[in-house]
Ligand binder design. Sequence first.
Ligand SMILES: NC(=O)c1ccc[n+]([C@@H]2O[C@H](COP(=O)([O-])OP(=O)(O)OC[C@H]3O[C@@H](n4cnc5c(N)ncnc54)[C@H](OP(=O)(O)O)[C@@H]3O)[C@@H](O)[C@H]2O)c1
Length: 306
Amino acid sequence: MRLLITGSSGLLGLNLALDATRLHQVIGVDRDTLASVPFELIKADLLNPDAAYHIVSEAKPDAVIHCAALANVDTCETNPELAYQMNASLPARLADACARRQIRLIHISTDAVFDGQKDGAYIEGDSPNPQGVYAQTKLEGERAVLQINPMAIVARVNFYGWSLSGKRSLAEFFINNLSTGKNVNGFTDVLFCPMLVNRLSGVLLAMLERGLRGLYHVVGPQAMSKYQFGVEIARKFGLKESLISPQSVDKSSLTARRSHNLWLSTHKLSTDLDMTLPSFSTGLNEFYTQYQQGYPQKIRSYQQNS
Ligand SMILES: NC(=O)c1ccc[n+]([C@@H]2O[C@H](COP(=O)([O-])OP(=O)(O)OC[C@H]3O[C@@H](n4cnc5c(N)ncnc54)[C@H](OP(=O)(O)O)[C@@H]3O)[C@@H](O)[C@H]2O)c1
């Protein structure tokens, strides 16, 4: 399969492109950030209105996985117009470009579309109620994609892993701070379902191969608080968990409001894929093995001028 991956310098896009290269012909899209990657690259600023059409006609892919976004929740809050362009308008153009050529599309969305008021796990049929600019623009993006291109997959995700900058993911935040003896806060009242980014890559590719379409929750099968996640990371990496202070997110100084419960059910996904999703501990063990094998350094070496 010829696979076009946008945001191929991002946490998801880069890991996905590297994983997919083993089985598929990958063409990544970046803004001249990457060097010496083992896949083809197209340089494009996706804010350019023609870019979505241009990359699809240049790459002639069998499928597109759209990972590029304005994914920093607090940056979105202070730049709503940019957030709208990246997270809502661009996915609509890409969905149109793919529909015109009958190219499969996975559009990456977020667990954050929910307000977190539900008692229990959210299913795909539950009504979203976004709490900030990021979540609102991501919801507009997923709705536009499914309206324009009903054959597309919209995947609401949450993941962690090793990134190009070495500081993009929550797991890296805990490791970077704890390993230098710094105190950090861990939110006890934000539940989420983290999945190792490389396990997510495998699931996304399986969804394409199975010919799925429509809206799916594509997160880890286990819900935990961000505090508990930090403790699990600290224990696995032999770091001091006592440096993590349990705290309420409502007492934090974060710009955008966060939902308390982002526990998403993966029942639809595992049923339609006929697959048991990898457990949290399986992902965490793999994350630690990657560390032992120098994967974080390898990822960072793909940065231009690294
Ligand atoms: N991280 C999470 O746990 C999480 C949770 C829920 C949902 N998501 C969703 O998952 C997807 C991937 O997130 P991520 O964490 O991998 O994001 P990320 O690390 O911030 O990567 C974003 C990517 O988008 C690219 N990009 C931004 N503006 C661009 C532009 N104008 N033209 C071309 N490329 C542009 C960035 O390129 P540069 O490197 O050049 O900036 C980067 O490659 C997003 O849709 C996000 O909303 C993430």
